[in-house]
Design a protein. Structure first.
Length: 345
């Protein structure tokens, strides 16, 4: 059985999985139909919803299906920690007239979603926040999927290669959304994406996908020239017509009110890069680690902010190059990102 290879892509551009709404079957299919690879973000979906989105994508494209899952995190028993942060967020709950969510442990139906993947057999499966077990990795490979893992350092890359991962998605520090490091509280490296790509291309024997802060054709050309098999872009697709990006998020990305991104754990208990807003300024200092517990606590606040059109209460995930994002169809964005890279036959 021949499994998918990144060199099979006519266009070395991947639309990153963006959980929480932006990634849609329409976006994934459009990028795939125009030579790249689009992802379904399965990290926060139920198993049934994941199956539905994969089948919907399959109906829109004859090209490869790709899906990303969040690896379940270690359990944290920290009632005092959750209680303290809940008290700090009380004003936000009152502001929006909602109650905070319960800070419970959740694996987001991990095993059930692995069963879905073995049934539907997408061409590509990627993992964020850690690694599957050797057994889980091998089962996916035996069912025909090519398995990728997001890494942020050479030690993480070695772990991934050691369990048989087929290719690495190396994430640099300028990426929007969550940092994919295996340890939630890990000190983020200052090593640039270019340095990480060069190091991994030199010292590993699996294909490398570069990710983080890649928003222009020049960015894509640069990492491909450094040896990456493809460039994974997220923020560049946030304003795509097919993306499910919330209206409040879309508006903020184009607003002169927001001029900088910062790393924050205030929304989810894991470091993530977002447009700096009032919520981050008010709560970053007292925020605690703990994913998904913190994310479940703040979910009603974020939903209420979206409904109210309040960008200062919403998690405005974005990479450092968010000003390069443009409102256009995904086909146009894909072609523009790849225009300086020779198309593969």
């Amino acid at each position: 059985m021949k499994r998918f290879d990144l060199t099979d892509l006519a266009v070395p551009v991947i639309a990153a999985p963006m959980a929480g709404g932006p990634s849609t079957p329409e976006l994934a299919a459009s990028v795939t139909n125009h030579g790249g690879l689009g992802f379904i973000a399965g990290g926060l979906l139920s198993a049934d919803a994941l199956a539905g989105q994969l089948l919907a994508t399959r109906a829109l494209t004859s090209g490869p299906l790709a899906v990303n899952l969040f690896v379940p995190q270690p359990r944290i028993d920290a009632n005092a920690q959750w209680t303290g942060y809940a008290a700090a967020l009380a004003d936000e709950a009152q502001r929006h007239g909602v109650q905070l969510g319960e800070p419970r442990y959740e694996d987001f139906q991990w095993q059930a979603k692995l069963d879905v993947l073995q049934d539907i057999r997408p061409e590509v499966v990627s993992f964020t926040f850690g690694l599957p077990s050797v057994v889980e990795c091998n089962r996916l490979k035996e069912s025909g999927s090519t398995v990728l893992a997001m890494v942020t350092s050479m030690p993480e890359a070695r772990q991934a290669v050691g369990i048989g991962i087929d290719a690495l998605v190396v994430q640099g520090p300028r990426a929007g959304g969550h940092c994919g490091s295996f340890e939630a509280a890990a000190v983020l490296t200052d090593e640039s994406l270019d340095e990480l790509v060069t190091e991994l291309v030199r010292d590993t024997d699996v294909p490398i996908v570069a990710a983080g802060g890649l928003a222009t054709a020049a960015d894509v050309r640069r990492v491909i020239a450094a040896g990456a098999a493809a460039a994974q872009c997220g923020t560049a697709f946030l304003l795509a017509q097919e993306a499910g990006t919330a209206p409040v998020h879309r508006a903020a990305l184009s607003s002169p009110e927001f001029s900088a991104t910062v790393l924050t754990r205030a929304f989810t208990g894991r470091y993530a890069r977002a447009l700096r807003n009032r919520f981050i300024d008010a709560h970053e200092a007292e925020a605690v680690f703990g994913f998904p517990q913190v994310a479940l606590m703040t979910a009603p606040l974020i939903a209420a902010a979206a409904q109210a059109g309040d960008p200062h209460g919403f998690s405005l995930w974005a990479g450092t190059e968010f000003r390069s994002a443009k409102t256009a169809f995904a086909a146009e964005i894909t072609a523009e990102l790849a225009q300086l890279v020779p198309q593969r036959s």
